[in-house]
Design a protein around this ligand. Structure first.
Ligand code: RUQ
Ligand code: CUA
Length: 671
């Protein structure tokens, strides 16, 4: 019986294949007169492909504009926040290829981020009240600047969820420092930098008692406070210095995005706020929900901050200490004329300085205009005390009409604005799902052939655009050329990958004065929700391809004290402490056998002694939750208690050579 079945199978297979063949042949006959399917276009027949795929001239233009022949490199690099992945994405423009994900707030095993002593120490810098937090909600990356222009040296990023900031060194694209703001539970308007990166700005978000102490929500007005923090950046050390950093106490509004002044407005900082209604929620107690309670007033307050004066007050010892952090109280701010409020319509979100530093552009989420303020007029109003009164916390309110330059009707749900090199601004319209291009007027309008402060054009994007970015579009010298719309979700744009949809980055061509913006590329982001992106000319980056010296400690950017040289491999036991000195080289670890006893404390130093570009090794150790990435020249240390006995094989987790599978060893833990 069994044999017969086996014989019958090939026969039925042949009959089946014949049947499929006949059907296919019939189908081919029927479609013979129609356009050829792509697979039947001869290789090299470009016109045939265009016809077969039904591409329009615009499609072909977009393809030609973004395609990178193999080996050719992108003109621009985007640094995108990774949203609630806690990381940063590095993307080439115009190809929109993902080049790297940088581990920041979230352990990232493939790059060994959070598994070695060195990287764990960086993550531990972001402990919140003694507790390790293994994720973040990154929002606003900020490239370091010199004289208001990107200098390609550092990148900063915030964690909205835990009020933290991180410093990334752009020589090796690795995170070097994470700090928790001890005063706040959340932030949003960070990170932004001042024109020479002396200060990294962290704008607040949800008001709470300073120092994260407890206070009843019934005591909101008296006990809850807003906050903007100025972290002092030490460029030489490549670190923020918390001891020289300070915050300013603010009324319990919800501070949002900030931008630093530049050129004529250098030394000043402008931050939006919403919920100046001081709604405290509580629908369960018949209070209006936040969304209604926080949107009642027609105007909220831009916070106009004299940062130079504030820093001087801190130097003069006028700050108090809360949770060990320097804070200038509202009283000190008011006594010394550091803080002013500027009415801004309506539930504002983005505030963006024009490239010449002359005008602040504000978008009110519930107002179809962008509102443009003249900084010179603001200075005059402050000097002449052209105020309409004070808020409940004693902060002077500048007369709106005295400083207003223009309002441009751009469309529904304006959020963020960037600039190009032709005198245009670009504002994202969340509700319209469009990008508005409008011309700058006033003193900024010189470059511009169009009339002042006028909407020029709107281009639909797909869809719900949040931030947008133009090439170097928030610096003193924007490049124009490319713009990317950061759209929330991507319904109908890509193959469905389940109910959690990717986000969509859309690349637009904005080169050419006054011409129509053209859509060039859709890029799905299948990881977190990137909020903001900055785009830098690629040739401004000076990135190492291998570490400068074998035995390098990337966290401290110098040769490691724990570097292990070839020939110096050893295992040293001192009581229950076992210290392993290991090298990695194609294609072996040395030693290949590590024998210890259960209960030993293990300190394991590994140095990748190769410095060829293609010689990264991994180090995977099962059951102990360890994976390292040892880039060429890198030295690292890991430490753990051997609390599990057994036989464990460590191996190299990067395919480094033909004999990569042989790059392994035995970790023998005796009971
Ligand atoms: S936000 S979509 Cu976190 Cu910058 Cu405006
Ligand atoms: Cu080293 Cu694989």
């Amino acid at each position: 019986m069994r044999d017969q079945t086996r014989l019958r199978q090939p026969l039925s297979l042949v009959i089946g294949l014949l049947a499929i063949g006949v059907v296919a042949w019939l189908a081919a006959c029927r479609t013979g007169s129609e356009a050829p399917t792509p697979s039947r276009v001869a290789p090299g027949d470009t016109d045939g492909v265009i016809a077969a795929r039904g591409l329009t001239p615009d499609d072909v233009y977009a393809a030609v504009k973004t395609y990178m022949p193999t080996g050719r490199k992108d003109d621009y690099v985007m640094f995108a926040s990774g949203g609630h992945s806690g990381q940063v994405f590095v993307i080439g423009v115009p190809s929109m290829r993902l080049l790297k994900e940088i581990g920041v707030f979230t352990p990232e095993p493939w790059q060994g981020w959070g598994y070695s002593n060195e990287t764990r120490a960086v993550l531990d810098g972001g402990k919140v009240r003694g507790k390790s937090i293994n994720w973040g909600d990154t929002h606003h990356p900020a490239l370091s600047e010199t004289a208001g222009d990107y200098d390609g040296r550092f990148l900063f990023i915030n964690d909205k969820a835990q009020s933290r900031v991180a410093v990334i060194d752009l020589r090796d694209f690795e995170t070097k420092q994470i700090l928790n703001n001890p005063l706040a539970t959340s932030d949003h308007g960070g990170t932004m930098v001042t024109p020479d990166t002396e200060w990294v700005i962290e704008g607040g978000q949800y008001a709470a008692p300073l120092g994260t102490a407890y206070a009843s929500i019934e005591d909101y007005d008296a006990e809850y406070r807003g906050l903007v923090t100025f972290w002092k950046f030490d460029r030489g050390a490549g670190r923020i210095d918390p001891a020289r950093s300070f915050a300013i106490e603010l009324p319990p509004y919800w501070q949002d995005l900030c931008d630093a002044g530049k050129l004529v407005s250098d030394g000043w900082v402008f931050c939006n706020s919403f919920n100046t209604e001081r709604a405290t929620g509580g629908i369960e107690d018949d209070n209006p929900p936040f969304e209604a309670g926080a949107s009642q007033r027609d105007m909220d307050y831009m916070h106009v901050i004299d940062l130079k004066k504030a820093a001087q007050l801190v130097t003069d010892g006028k700050a108090e200490s809360i949770e060990g952090f320097q804070v200038l109280s509202l009283e000190v701010l008011n006594e010394n004329g550091v803080l002013y409020f500027l009415p801004e319509p309506k539930s504002p979100h983005g505030v963006d300085m024009t490239p010449d530093g002359r005008y602040m552009v504000v978008s009110g989420k519930l107002d179809p205009h962008v509102t443009v303020y003249d900084f010179e007029k603001v200075k005059t109003a402050i000097a002449a005390k052209t105020f309409t009164g004070k808020d409940d916390y004693g902060v002077p309110i500048i007369d709106f009409d005295a400083v207003l330059e223009a309002q441009v009707e751009v469309g529904l749900g304006p959020l963020h604005t960037q600039f190009d090199n032709q005198g245009y601004a670009y504002t994202s319209l969340f509700l319209d799902s469009a990008v508005a291009r409008w011309s700058l007027g006033g003193a900024s309008g010189e470059l511009n052939p169009e009339p002042d402060w006028t909407l020029v054009q709107k281009t639909p994007v797909h869809y719900n655009v949040g931030h947008l970015v133009a090439a170097e579009g928030d610096t003193v010298s924007p490049d124009g050329e490319y713009l990317v719309a950061l759209n929330k979700w991507s319904i109908d744009r890509f193959l469905t990958v389940g109910p959690l949809h990717p986000q969509n980055f859309q690349l637009l061509d904005i080169g050419g004065s006054g011409e129509t913006m053209k859509l060039l590329y859709d890029m799905p982001i299948g990881n977190g929700e990137p909020h903001y992106v900055q785009m830098i000319k690629a040739d401004k980056l000076n990135v190492w391809e291998v570490y400068p010296e074998v035995g390098w400690d990337p966290i401290h950017q110098k040769k490691s004290e724990n570097a292990v040289a070839l020939g110096e491999e050893k295992i040293v036991r001192d009581g229950n402490n076992v210290e392993i000195f290991m090298t990695a080289i194609r294609s072996h670890f040395n030693p290949e056998r590590v024998k210890i006893k259960k209960g030993d404390h293990v300190v394991w130093h590994i140095t990748n002694v190769e410095n060829a570009k293609d010689a990264t090794h991994g180090f995977a150790l099962p059951a102990y939750d360890i994976n390292l990435s040892l880039e060429p020249g890198e030295a690292t240390t890991l430490e753990f208690d051997a609390d599990t006995d057994g036989v464990f094989t460590y191996y190299c987790s990067e395919f480094c050579s033909a004999l990569h599978l042989e790059m392994a060893g035995y970790f023998l833990v005796q009971p």
